[in-house]
Design a protein around this ligand. Structure first.
Ligand code: SME
Length: 143
């Protein structure tokens, strides 16, 4: 994944970042970036087979809202057994949400759904937390 990190460092905008993540990592079935706007998360660039109906999520709701509220990464191995889960795609089995923070404030997050159960491991968390750090300045401009 280090080569993907190098490409992400060079990416011109957040759409390129989600495209790279989706296209280069096999188990990342749907990739989106939400940006905070007041007490809501608003969907920015995304890439995947389908659009989601959840384009605005109140902070505190869903897996996305939980990660934004706590500022901590959320990993859900089985979305069907998590009562917080807001369903987007019938094919989704697991999800990771990684906050994007700048100067101690959550300004957005990376949300990835996988069609594989328990798809996200420690290396995904470390990788995506690094991606979140790299793109924080771009996310701050986009927010
Ligand atoms: N599943 C998320 C909602 C966003 S979609 O996955 C794109 C959640 O529970 O917050």
């Amino acid at each position: 994944m280090n080569d993907v990190l190098v490409e992400i460092e060079r990416a011109g905008d957040l759409q390129q970042v989600v495209d790279l993540l989706h296209d280069r990592v096999g188990h990342y079935s749907w990739v989106g970036i939400y940006l905070t706007e007041g007490d809501e998360l608003v969907l920015g660039p995304w890439r995947g087979p389908q659009a989601t109906e959840h384009v605005r999520i109140p902070i505190g709701e869903g897996i996305c809202g939980a990660a934004a509220a706590s500022g901590e990464t959320e990993v859900v191995d089985d979305v069907d057994s998590d009562p917080r889960y807001l369903s987007c795609f019938v094919s989704t089995r697991s999800e990771i949400v990684v906050p994007i923070s700048l100067e101690g404030r959550v300004i957005g997050e990376i949300d990835i759904d996988s069609d594989e159960p328990a798809a996200f491991r420690e290396d995904d968390r470390v990788f995506l937390e690094r991606v979140a750090e790299l793109i924080a300045p771009q996310a701050a401009c986009a927010a």
